[in-house]
Design a protein around this ligand. Sequence first.
Ligand SMILES: Nc1ncnc2c1ncn2[C@@H]1O[C@H](COP(=O)(O)OP(=O)(O)O)[C@@H](O)[C@H]1O
Ligand SMILES: [Mg+2]
Length: 397
Amino acid sequence: MKAVYENALKRIDRIPSDGLKQIIRNISAENSIYEAALNSTLDGIIVTDLEHNPLLINRSAEKILRFVSWTQDLTLWEQLSDENLVTFFRKSLTAEENIFNREVSINRPSGTRVISISISTLVSEGKIAGNLIHIEDITEKRRRDAQLRRAESLAALTTLAAGVAHEIKNPLASIRIQLSIMRRILEKRYLKDIEPIFHNISLVEQEIDRLNSIVVDFLFAVRPMDITLIRDRVEEVIQEVVELMNHEAEEHRIALVTQFEPALPEVMIDRKHLKQALLNIIKNAIAAMPEGGTLTISLSTQNDELLIAVKDTGIGIPEELLTKIFEPYFTTKENGTGLGLTITFKIIKEHNGEITVESAPSKGSTFTIHLPIPQPEQKSLPKWDDGLKVEASHTEG
Ligand SMILES: Nc1ncnc2c1ncn2[C@@H]1O[C@H](COP(=O)(O)OP(=O)(O)O)[C@@H](O)[C@H]1O
Ligand SMILES: [Mg+2]
């Protein structure tokens, strides 16, 4: 295009005014495109002359560097307020060095922002005409990168830890078996003075069991759960759980009561996992009633949800701890792992459900699991069906 204009310039005296108008219109249209392109890019672009005064500052550059207004009569750095930017531009522009992606931090009331700046020489018609400056606000990108790195290293760490936990499980089981064998041999051969040794063996066994539960809970908490939801009866799951816990409840002088609303709907559950979630809650409830009490498991419906409520008459949970109890490793027990409720929470989330707690210190606590009741699919007719119906009634009538 430039050659066309230069030719026109040579014979400008001979161009009729209509022709001149057209040429100016063309130049103006071309200019608007350049301007629009420059102002649409998210990259900040600045062009300076040989005196380092700005010739052009595009909209993104204005935004990133917070220019309210600027002039061609002062150097770029004289028109900036941020100390770091002033120093950076004064030094690098006067040194006439090319710079690639230098990061400069600037302080804003909203926090520190990281700006990446490149400076290259602007060459026009074979001569150095100034500088082309490219700037980019990389604060968000930085944040995302850091987040990603953190998530990646956490995932790697989790895999590693799960591997170690898994490796601990087998020798632990083997140690436990060897201890039982030793106990039996001792019982047979040295019946007389081995009472103290039995005591030691029991302690070791307890410690092994504790280690085992830490490892098992940990693995349960970190491993991805493979949950398959199918339509099933929760009352049957509860019946199974009650049978499993009856003996332990009796030992702790706790009455186990179930209350089921009639005609309960089926919901989408994974039996094995839901059972685990309930067992964790029930074990906590039993632990919360050292003097005995009543454990009530009830099933009811409310709106579109099936509610499983586990109520104890135990020590209760202080209000300030209610938000903490689902956190991994939060425990108030000497021998707790603090993972039981974390696992329960994860399982219920996988069921698209919710879990809520109500508690009054020294009165007891109620853990309620909310599970969505599948709704009958509503047959939505395609739009044009309405039209057909109207037509049909026309012909009938
Ligand atoms: N029914 C309950 N009554 C009183 N406190 C409870 C009850 N259920 C849970 N808690 C509190 O929540 C904590 C975390 O429970 P959990 O995640 O199962 O870990 P752990 O049982 O290993 O401590 C318990 O240590 C206890 O302080
Ligand atoms: Mg627990």
